[in-house]
Ligand binder design. Structure first.
Ligand SMILES: C[S@@+](CC[C@H](N)C(=O)[O-])C[C@H]1O[C@@H](n2cnc3c(N)ncnc32)[C@H](O)[C@@H]1O
Length: 341
């Protein structure tokens, strides 16, 4: 399957000033101007075949509409100014090995909330999903008119993606699994498979243990560092591999992990990541997204490396797609699916 051009929500945390509450500020949702995503629109957004989302949408959201609205010219200008100011701010922090302690802190918050809530899976939702935010879609900016719109679109997207690429594999490994948000979902979708979540934070590892012990899910996992992959992680030729907004964190230092995958030879590798090469810098929102991507030191050269491996007949690229959807800064849910040959 090849790509249509579109995109979803990003892991970058939004500035509080952009976390809009429709009742509390000037971004009041105007019910008359709000419209809902159709499943056909979501299919184009995800690069899915026509008709493939009807069952999944109903299973995830029932008949609940996902409503959003256009911005006025002035609101769009305000938002663009906020984006430009953030993208070109001197103190915008880049990713890298120095941020391990920040991830530890973030996932410790989810771990404590998970325990305090008596192991409600809702407690695992990463805090960068905000209830009422503007978002990017199809080359423009819009305002959510349904609460948790970006997360709910992500819910439909990940369910479709997981069911599309993982039904045949024996077990699934998510690297950079964070709060275990996807691990828990995968374990529910595929109760017959073992789902393994790996991350470099100890809070993540503890959450995985609790998912097994307290929720009875068939999960396992442990410590893993993209910069120095542990060769003993038991990925096999029948396994599926997932990264979701995680490989982005290593910038141009993805080679050790790519080499690890080439040696392990899993059945399929699915990466939901912001892919720099997919942007068209002659378009304003793509230009800004690429500038943001580069300032954050996000994943650099991964797609180019995969294309080279494909030319050398070492891998087969099964699917790729630029999803033009995400938070206001970038298109974080583009995906690439491949397998070693
Ligand atoms: C944006 S979060 C995504 C978490 C999860 N995949 C999700 O979508 O909910 C990025 C994750 O990558 C992990 N990470 C960043 N650098 C890493 C590294 N060098 N090795 C392993 N994990 C890393 C972080 O701890 C964090 O869990």
């Amino acid at each position: 399957m090849q790509s249509l051009n579109r995109k979803i929500e990003s892991p970058a945390s939004l500035p509080e000033s952009l976390v809009c509450d429709t009742a509390a500020n000037g971004w009041k949702a105007d019910a008359r101007r709000a419209r809902a995503f159709s499943t056909a629109e979501l299919e184009r957004l995800f690069g899915a075949l026509p008709g493939s989302l009807d069952r999944i949408y109903n299973a995830c959201l029932g008949r609940e509409p996902l409503r959003y609205r256009s911005l006025t010219g002035r609101q769009r200008d305000e938002l663009l100014l906020e984006i430009v100011q953030t993208v070109f701010a001197e103190d915008l922090e880049g990713c890298g090995s120095h941020r391990q302690s920040q991830w530890e802190k973030g996932w410790t918050w989810n771990l404590e909330y998970f325990v305090a809530s008596r192991y409600r899976l809702e407690a695992l939702v990463p805090r960068y999903y905000k209830p009422m935010v503007p978002f990017r879609f199809d080359g423009d900016l819009y305002m959510a008119a349904s609460r948790h719109l970006v997360r709910k679109v992500t819910e439909v997207f990940r369910t479709w993606l997981f069911e599309r690429f993982f039904p045949e594999v024996k077990d699934i490994f998510e690297f950079g699994c964070g709060s275990g948000f996807h691990v828990a979902r995968l374990a529910q979708l595929f109760p017959e498979k073992e789902v393994c979540g790996y991350d470099w934070t100890s809070a993540s590892c503890r959450i995985i243990e609790l998912l097994r012990r307290e929720k009875g899910l068939r999960v396992a996992g442990g410590h893993f560092d993209f910069y120095n992959p542990d060769k003993d992680v038991p990925v096999e030729s029948s396994s599926g591999v997932l990264t979701f907004g995680a490989l982005e964190q290593v910038g141009k230092n993805f080679e050790p992990f790519l080499e690890f995958l080439l040696q392990k030879r899993p059945a399929v590798c699915v990466h939901v990541e912001c892919i720099a090469e997919f942007y068209d810098p002659s378009r304003l929102l793509d230009y800004l997204a690429l500038a943001y991507h580069n300032r954050r030191n996000y994943l650099e050269g991964f797609w180019t490396a995969l294309k080279k491996l494909e030319e050398e007949n070492r891998i087969q690229i099964l699917a790729y797609h630029h999803q033009r959807f995400g938070n206001i800064y970038n298109d974080s849910h583009s995906y690439v699916v491949w397998r070693p040959l």
